[in-house]
Design a protein around this ligand. Sequence first.
Ligand SMILES: [Zn+2]
Ligand SMILES: [Zn+2]
Length: 169
Amino acid sequence: MYIVHGAYHFWPKRVAFRNDYCLGCDKPRLSFAVRTFDVGHVFWIPILPVGFWNHWKCSECGRDPHVHVKTRRSFKWIGFGCLVLLSGMFWLTPTGSNDGLTWFFRIAAPAGGTFLLRHLLRTPAEPSLKDHLSKIQPAADVVCPFCGTPLGVSSEGRWTCPACRCVRY
Ligand SMILES: [Zn+2]
Ligand SMILES: [Zn+2]
């Protein structure tokens, strides 16, 4: 049985911002945290209040900045391996009644494999998120990026917007 489940996000409020690296945009970006009161639901019936959670979002694309969107390189290598196996298989099978299909795979699988290998060798390995983040300077804004109010230092020593309570990370 398929159980519909998920979470409701209540009372969203922007609480913080930081300089970040967005894997979706593949660029350094400003990201901000939205705090919501999350309640888990099953079949749309709120069941489990899990409390306040911060969700980081890219200011440009709105996605979680640290979620991979591209096909991982390792998956491409696996794909390449499959294509090599497939070409081998179809070159070893004797051509029989369905010649057309066998010949299609005999040509298409090595062609696809060559294309993928060229692509893999040409594109440099993507630097990991950690490398990207190590190059990001911490935010140094002195005005709030959301409401333009000059930031002040809160009692906990954090730069905070006195108007909308956003915290600089
Ligand atoms: Zn983004
Ligand atoms: Zn503000």
